[in-house]
Design a protein around this ligand. Structure first.
Ligand SMILES: NC(=O)c1ccc[n+]([C@@H]2O[C@H](COP(=O)([O-])OP(=O)(O)OC[C@H]3O[C@@H](n4cnc5c(N)ncnc54)[C@H](OP(=O)(O)O)[C@@H]3O)[C@@H](O)[C@H]2O)c1
Length: 215
């Protein structure tokens, strides 16, 4: 697939991007600045010379791709999606956004009472299908393609077929996906990110994760 990653210049988006490129997908690293996207794409290609990775501005990336991943901080979610409605029409938007509040990434209830994923869905309307995933995996090891993950990726969305598409992307990134129900459930998954950040701090580690047992 051709995958655009909005904010793919950050550690989470670029780490997923290189994994998808290693699995044979075409990846476009999106940025507010085309040159920045191109620069990060070049860095990733240096790690994975055969990978089909390019960079551009977010709008071009979204327009040219079949599936789009939102990998910007929560504070940048709304402005990043503004103006992308036409480019995203008819597509799946995979959001990895987990709202955290600096300096302490404590569990933070959004004023809307919704998850960040639902807010994105509300903003974009029904012509875009939002699926939430990857909030609970740290960026720390993503660029190490030999890293064997000891965690699951929870996938939330309202359409089973869309979650199946995202499940394949999770697997192509090298992880196990678990269907975690409706998009509404993303608020729980997003909140777990803050829990994991706290566990990382208390245990002086960087990659605490979630594993679903009994299935
Ligand atoms: N890092 C992790 O371990 C991790 C783990 C799980 C989930 N997440 C989630 O994944 C998302 C990305 O995480 P990250 O650590 O990669 O984030 P980041 O490095 O802080 O930001 C990613 C990219 O977003 C763009 N951006 C930053 N501030 C912006 C602003 N004010 N307006 C518009 N664009 C802005 C930047 O791209 P340009 O400057 O190129 O436009 C930046 O490179 C976040 O929502 C985070 O909650 C992260």
């Amino acid at each position: 697939m051709k995958i655009a990653i909005l904010g793919g210049t950050g550690p989470e988006g670029s780490g997923l991007g290189i994994r998808w490129a290693a699995a044979g997908h075409k990846v476009i690293i999106g940025s507010r600045l085309a040159e920045k996207g191109e620069g990060v794409a070049a860095e990733l290609k240096a790690i994975l010379p055969g990978g089909e990775i390019s960079g551009s501005d977010n709008l071009t990336a979204a327009s040219q791709s079949e599936i789009v991943v939102l990998a910007v901080p929560y504070s940048a979610q709304k402005p990043t999606l503004e103006g992308l409605g036409t480019a995203l029409k008819g597509k799946i938007l995979v959001t990895v956004v987990a709202p955290t509040q600096k300096p302490k990434a404590r569990v933070w209830r959004l004023p809307s009472g919704l998850s960040a994923a639902e807010e994105a869905q509300q903003q974009l309307g029904d012509s875009v299908r939002v699926v939430s995933a990857f909030q609970n995996i740290g960026a720390h090891n993503l660029k190490d393609l030999d890293y064997v993950a000891d965690f699951d990726v929870l996938v939330c969305g309202d359409k089973r077929d869309d979650k199946q598409v995202v499940t394949r992307l999770v697997e192509d990134a090298g992880f196990r996906a678990v269907n975690a129900g409706a998009l509404q459930n993303s608020s729980v998954v997003e909140g777990l990110t803050s829990v994991l950040i706290g566990i990382n701090i208390r245990h002086k580690v960087k990659d605490a994760g979630i594993r679903i047992t009994g299935i």
